[in-house]
Design a protein. Structure first.
Length: 107
């Protein structure tokens, strides 16, 4: 028989604060349209943050109810820097859908 200490699950990822999970909001024409039509907001997030950490961070920072979180790992592109080739950094994007009664105002 398992004791309560053995059945307790520990979080797998890093223990990040909400301001460490969300790096910045992504504000473009496409994301603005997405926020107006589907009540979904786009953020650049920490590479090792998972969906539950992103959901908890958005709810803690803006006091809103998150319905869904979709994530994408964006691969860096090859770029030229004068005579040498370089690569932009890899980053993670999260699209957070809010409850229809909630919204986030960045400005």
């Amino acid at each position: 028989m398992a004791t309560p200490e053995q059945t307790e699950t520990k979080p797998k990822g890093l223990n990040l604060a909400p301001h460490q999970v969300l790096i910045r909001p992504i504000i473009t024409e496409k994301t603005t349209h997405l926020s107006e039509s589907r009540n979904a907001y786009t953020f650049e997030v920490h590479q090792q943050a998972d969906k539950t950490q992103i959901k908890d961070a958005v709810q803690a920072m803006w006091n809103v109810k998150v319905v869904a979180v979709n994530t994408q790992n964006r691969v860096g592109k090859t770029r030229r820097f004068k005579l040498t080739k370089g690569v932009t950094k890899n980053w993670k994007k999260a699209i957070v859908t809010l409850h229809s009664d909630d919204s986030i105002s960045f400005f």
